[in-house]
Design a protein around this ligand. Structure first.
Ligand SMILES: NC(=O)C1=CN([C@@H]2O[C@H](COP(=O)(O)OP(=O)(O)OC[C@H]3O[C@@H](n4cnc5c(N)ncnc54)[C@H](OP(=O)(O)O)[C@@H]3O)[C@@H](O)[C@H]2O)C=CC1
Ligand SMILES: Cc1cn([C@H]2C[C@H](O)[C@@H](COP(=O)(O)OP(=O)(O)O[C@H]3O[C@@H](C)C(=O)[C@@H](O)[C@H]3O)O2)c(=O)[nH]c1=O
Length: 282
């Protein structure tokens, strides 16, 4: 059994549809209690663990950095140490926000990091803790995740686009939107791969293709959803937020395809599926 932590989150919800996956939520694993999380893993003894739980409120993390560190760094390290002690694989999902976003080249997994905000710093510390635990693991960085549930850009745009005829959206931050379903499938496949071949331990990237700006993403959301809302491209400076965000979120995902046979998913197809799922539930 593969245990996916973060039950109510967008990635875990999609992982829950996969055979032999169990989900753990806050009731049994509160990441504010790293030792309790480790003890729970020792008690459950799964075959592998995927950590899809995180403090993901990027702006709120600026004023809650201590909690973000506990949840995004201390708890993943404690869980990774428990897994290392049991000799089982641990997959930690991480983020493009560990990078500083300079230049316009896609980042390789071994490129220099330099987070611009508290969320990114806490996730980077989580990566370091998982590596230090020393067990078979994969750190899988992704970006701009969207699914039919939870807080994400697609749901924000559907909400705003229903009321507005024009929306200003930043056009100078570029990245790969990633369907939660594809990310869930990739994370579980990687956990299974690690069981057979722990030698693939390391840091990898997995993001949807093609790279696009938030404005371009918003345009495609409105087009596919049939919403008559015009997107006005604006610079980041015209949309001030508490947390600074990277301009270049492009991730080079080549090594993930080579090591695990997982190509970048086309986010436009994933968006069609998500809009259909949302339509069914409204
Ligand atoms: N969303 C995105 O755009 C991106 C996400 N990622 C990473 O991908 C992973 C999955 O993200 P995603 O599915 O979008 O996340 P969500 O924000 O949808 O879900 C986060 C999950 O973490 C849980 N959680 C938060 N704090 C705690 C806690 N103290 N104890 C237990 N559970 C907690 C939440 O539970 P509850 O509902 O109870 O709060 C929720 O289940 C995360 O590691 C994230 O950092 C990386 C790049 C982009
Ligand atoms: C709502 C809105 C946002 N924006 C901009 C602000 C921001 O630069 C960009 C995205 O805003 P959001 O707050 O939805 O996205 P944000 O929470 O920054 O998304 C990030 O979440 C974390 C968890 C990650 O790990 C990242 O990969 C990334 O997905 O869109 C506009 O330009 N216009 C708007 O009307």
């Amino acid at each position: 059994m593969i245990l996916v932590v973060g039950q109510s989150g967008q990635v875990a919800q999609e992982a829950g549809r996969i055979d032999s996956v169990s989900l753990a939520g806050r009731a049994t694993m509160d990441l504010n209690d790293p030792d309790g999380c480790a003890a729970h893993l020792h008690a459950v003894r799964p075959d592998a663990v995927v950590n899809a739980a995180a403090f993901t409120a990027v702006d709120r993390a600026e004023d809650a950095e201590a909690e973000a560190y506990r949840v995004n760094a201390e708890a993943p390290e404690a869980m990774a140490r428990a897994c290392a002690a049991m000799g089982i694989p641990f997959v930690q999902i991480s983020t493009d926000y560990v990078f500083d976003g300079s230049g316009d080249a896609p980042r390789q997994p071994d490129a220099a990091t330099g987070p611009l905000n508290a969320y990114g710093r806490s996730k980077l510390a989580g990566e370091e803790g998982v590596r230090a635990a020393g067990g078979p693991h994969v750190i899988l960085r992704t970006s701009w995740v969207f699914g039919p549930t939870g807080a994400n850009f697609v749901r924000s745009m559907l909400r705003l686009g229903a009321d507005r005829r024009v929306l200003g959206v930043v056009d100078d931050q570029i990245g790969g939107p990633t369907p939660a379903r594809d990310l869930a499938a990739a994370s579980v496949a990687i956990a299974r791969h690690l069981l057979l071949d722990p030698g693939t331990t390391g840091t990898y990237h997995f993001a949807g293709t093609p790279d696009v700006s938030w404005a371009g993403f918003a345009r495609e959301i409105f087009a596919q959803a049939g919403l008559e809302c015009r997107v006005d491209p604006i610079p980041t400076t015209a949309f001030p937020t508490p947390a600074k965000r990277p301009l270049n979120s492009r991730l080079d995902c080549t090594s993930t395809e080579t090591a695990f046979g997982l190509p970048r998913p086309d986010w436009r197809a994933g968006l069609r599926t998500v809009l259909a799922q949302i339509g069914e539930t409204t």
